[in-house]
Design a protein around this ligand. Structure first.
Ligand code: ZN
Length: 738
């Protein structure tokens, strides 16, 4: 049974399966199988501090590095769909780092093309930074944020629920992420030079849709009336230049789920946000191949929790009718038939349109940015035990957070990728059938946890599950960095639109409370530092759609975050960051990490053929707009090891003048698609497609494929490289084939 996807997490199905697999192999398999599934801020300087010099500039460094992991067999992290494992490359994944230094302090912001930053990933990055740079880069001054692409390899988590959804802790998957992120910081570190920062903001329409309007409408009316829309449409841009005014980079934030590529995609892809980076970098680095060139354009996630790019909205795919508004299900087929699409004809087209919209807006804001950012840098960080935060919300009322738990509607997924079972969004009552199975397998949640999460009916009592390792984190990073009067709030999860607005307002109020900061621009950097699913408002939580059911620490999760981030902002405003508690250190598990991804077998070829042989040849002539397709005998891409800064594919044009072949595209190019097709008994093929762009010059071309295969000779496996080359073909610019 296809047990699909719940957006951004782990399907109930999978987790239950794994429990079955690991713990209770004797329990009724059938039953379980069913289940599974600035105005610049002019600083009035606090006493004792040197004021910034006139014409103050910063030291600025930007860096980009490939962080693409194994593009085969590793589950893609996002939809939690067990069928959706990697099988090729659509576009490569990059980490982009921005380092700013004011002469006193230094801050680093990284936006990486991953589903989310996990605690494990962050801890491994921080430890690698310690080895390389000593105490220069550490938890207080480094923010790591994920773009939330749902098409990047998983396997980089240490908590059980996430390990289950990505076949465990996979060394070959986390290593390229750690190395890529550290390399991007290293590149930025090495090219730091004096420069200036400008800020700008604008609104982008026609690119987002609230996917839980029913939850949003439960927020107080007077609060909703303060805003034009039920999603945040602002694009915030920081423009970085050298002292001559030449651009060196741009960092931008926008709230949208990177889920234009849907759960049917099997290729590693940076999705819509990645495509925006791609386009702007191609613009600013003319003549360079994708992923190369000095200009770095980072597009970071923000409060995107309830924000979909699939702007044609949800419909019942079987009948074409509207889905039920309250619970996003269809009369026939239930939740899984209710899916959102658009604006393009297919997911590639939708990715292109949304990515292009974001790029176009950011480019326009970059070009017109004149408001210079000056002033000191600050950073504040604390580790917080999120299961135990108490907040006084008025003179007589105190509320607390809970141990982590996921509700029934978590298993329903979203209209960007719904679950397969009979769960629907908006469930505030349990279901005796599933609750019975839950109790038998995982144990009944304690009364205390049930009451604490009310009205969430608990499906996964993860806070009380600790085998073989805790299922969810308790200790979470809260962090703010400020660059002049721009404050970046690193949120360890996915805040909904209104949750993000409340947090931004609170942080702004605290920062400006002492008169130190003026006209502060607060941005939320989503999916930062550690993943804790969703954060809704208290009112949205009452509705228990997917986002509310996935709000991990109970109905007061947002209040707790607002309280904690207020504390950080106040400490910055009062220049008392050194008085903040460090908080409890998060765990770095060394035992009981598991890996469920079997080793890839030795590769084999069909009789009388070799690796790299062409199975299906190109045509002799094509025109712009055509698609060239070629299939090679291939090895498993996992045998290529660390694939960063390499390529499985080149498209090459023959240069008459130099009598040589010049590479015009790689597997990082939007125009190429590299598919890996796994056969039986160690056999596999790759098909390379080239979508010839209208700008392609006429001439002679060829396509090459590079890979590695594993052979068993004697006892030891040997890895060997191979390559394959197409016949030469022509791209004709004339209307008629010649
Ligand atoms: Zn998400």
């Amino acid at each position: 049974m296809a047990n699909r996807k719940s957006c951004c997490g782990v399907s109930l199905l999978e987790a239950m399966l794994a429990v079955l697999f690991i713990v209770m192999t004797t329990v009724c398999v059938v039953l379980i199988t069913l289940m599974v599934s600035w105005k610049t801020h002019t600083v009035s300087v606090p006493s004792g501090l040197t004021p910034p010099p006139q014409n103050h500039s910063y030291l600025i460094g930007v860096g980009r590095a490939d962080c693409t992991g194994p593009p085969a067999e590793v589950p893609l992290m996002g939809y939690a769909n067990p069928q959706q494992s990697a099988a090729g490359i659509h576009t490569r994944l990059y980490s982009r780092a921005f380092i700013i230094d004011d002469g006193r302090r230094r801050v680093v912001f990284v936006t990486a093309e991953v589903g989310m930053i996990s605690q494990r990933l962050r801890l491994e990055v921080l430890s690698a930074l310690q080895v390389k740079f000593g105490d220069v880069y550490r938890q207080e001054n480094v923010v790591l944020s994920g773009t939330h692409t749902h098409s990047g390899p998983g396997g980089y988590f240490q908590f059980t629920l996430f390990m289950i959804s990505s076949k465990g802790y996979i060394r070959s998957s986390i290593q390229p992420l750690v190395n890529g992120i550290v390399k991007s910081i290293d590149i930025a570190h090495r090219n730091m030079k004096p420069g200036r920062i400008y800020r700008n903001r604008g609104e982008l329409d026609d690119s987002t849709l609230n996917r839980s309007p029913h939850s949003y409408m439960n927020n107080p009316e007077d609060e909703r009336h303060r805003y034009k829309s039920n999603t945040d449409k602002q694009v915030m841009v920081l423009k970085f230049t050298d002292l001559d005014g030449d651009g060196i980079g741009v960092l931008s934030w926008f709230s949208v789920h990177a889920v234009s590529m849907n759960y049917t995609n099997r290729m590693v892809s940076s999705d819509n946000m990645g495509y925006a980076s791609y386009l702007l970098e191609q613009d600013k680095n003319p003549g360079d191949l994708p992923g190369q060139g000095g200009f770095v354009a980072g597009f970071s996630s923000s409060n995107l929790g309830d924000v979909s790019p699939n702007i044609r909205g949800p419909h019942c795919v079987n009948t074409g009718l509207s889905c039920d508004y309250l619970n996003s299900s269809c009369p026939v087929g239930g939740t899984k038939m209710c899916q959102a699409f658009g604006p393009g004809n297919d997911m590639f087209d939708s990715t292109r349109i949304i990515g292009h919209n974001i790029y176009r807006k950011a480019k326009e804001l970059y070009a017109s940015a004149v408001e210079e950012v000056t002033g000191f840098l600050h950073f504040a960080h604390e580790w917080v035990n999120m299961t135990d935060v108490t907040v006084q919300i008025n003179s007589s009322h105190t509320v607390s957070t809970c141990k982590p738990a996921l509700g029934h509607s978590f298993a329903a997924g979203t209209t960007d990728g719904g679950g397969d079972l009979n769960f629907t969004q908006g469930a505030v009552e349990g279901d005796p059938f599933w609750d019975g199975i839950r109790d038998a397998l995982l144990g009944e949640p304690s009364n205390k946890t049930q009451e604490c999460h009310h009205p969430k009916p608990i499906l996964f009592n993860t806070g009380e599950m600790n085998w073989p390792l805790p299922w969810h984190p308790q200790i979470v990073d809260v962090q703010i960095i400020t660059i002049g009067s721009v404050a970046v709030v690193a949120v360890p999860g996915e805040m909904t639109t209104m949750a993000g607005r409340r947090l931004r307002d609170a942080v702004q109020q605290e920062l400006q409370s002492e008169g130190t900061f003026e006209d502060t621009e607060v941005v939320i950097a989503g999916l930062s530092n550690i993943y804790t699913h969703y954060i809704t408002t208290y009112e949205e939580y009452q509705v228990q759609r997917y986002e509310g059911a996935s709000t991990l620490y109970g109905p007061h999760t947002l209040s707790a975050y607002v309280h904690k981030f207020r504390g950080l902002a106040r400490a910055i405003a009062q220049d008392k960051v050194s008085e903040l508690p460090v908080g409890p250190q998060p765990p770095l598990f060394t035992k009981n990490l598991f890996n469920l991804l079997p080793q890839a077998p030795a590769d084999k070829t069909p009789v009388n053929s070799s690796f790299g042989d062409v199975l299906q040849q190109v045509d002799p002539v094509y025109r712009q707009g055509d698609v060239v397709s070629i299939t090679f005998v291939a090895g498993n891409p996992r045998h290529s090891g660390d694939i960063r800064d390499k390529t499985f594919v080149t498209v090459e044009i023959y240069d008459n003048r130099t009598d040589s072949w010049e590479v015009v595209h790689t597997d990082a190019s939007w125009e190429t698609r590299f598919h890996w097709l796994k056969g039986s008994n160690g056999r596999s093929n790759t098909t390379v497609e080239w979508f010839i762009p209208p700008s392609a010059p006429g001439g002679c071309y060829r396509i090459k494929h590079f890979g590695h295969y594993k052979q068993r000779t004697g006892l030891r496996p040997v890895i060997k490289p191979y390559e394959g080359t197409s016949a030469v073909f022509r791209v004709s610019t004339s209307f008629y084939y010649q």
